[in-house]
Design a protein around this ligand. Sequence first.
Ligand code: BTN
Length: 240
Amino acid sequence: KKVISFETIDSTNDYAKQIATNENEGTTIVSEEQTSGRGRLGRHWHSKSHEGIWMSIILKPNIVPYKAPFITLIAGASIAKALNTLGVNTKIKWPNDVIVNGKKICGILTELSAEIERINYVVLGIGINVKTMEFSSEIENIATSLYKEGYNLSRVDVVKAIIKEFETLYFDYIHKNSKLETLKVCRNYSAIIGKKIYILQGEDRELVKCIDINEDGNLIVEKDNGSIKEIVSGEVSIRG
Ligand code: BTN
């Protein structure tokens, strides 16, 4: 598979989107630094030089568009599995974040280009804080890096381990229509199942208890009045 690497770029996701139509599935963009790294919900993603893994993978899955959000769960499961294999005690905060010691070390930004019935491409953006020591004051309480938590890992080893896990889980989903292993990993490493969490939807904020992740990869929560609700991956953001 092709890897395109940069010393600096605005955003590996933006670059991936520019070239995606003419690339094969699996082409991966990495950069030492991003000058306009993007997070979810229009946020900025701190991506200083040599401090992390800033990468985007171009995917061309032959599935209907509504099945694409599950790819984010596959990515999260792959990252958690890979890091746990490398000795890092990692949890997944459904649907997008990977955390260590209660703080975020990794974010996933999945972007989709699709027509009514088919996907043109998916750009899977992964940002992992590997060596970052200092975070800006707005995020220092919620963000951390592998190094800060006491793990001194090589970025190449981390990327290799993630790609290996991702290939298997992605193949299972796309070609065998199997979500089993991804769901198992998401449940086993969940940071939120059994806990009270906030569901953020636009301006609204609702405190609920997280019960499970169902067969579709959606979150099952219980409201204060006892009613059960299904939260669809891709619709909301949570704060646990
Ligand atoms: C989030 O948690 O809000 C998602 C963060 C995603 C960051 C990665 S870094 C590589 C890729 N390029 C970007 O501009 N963003 C993603």
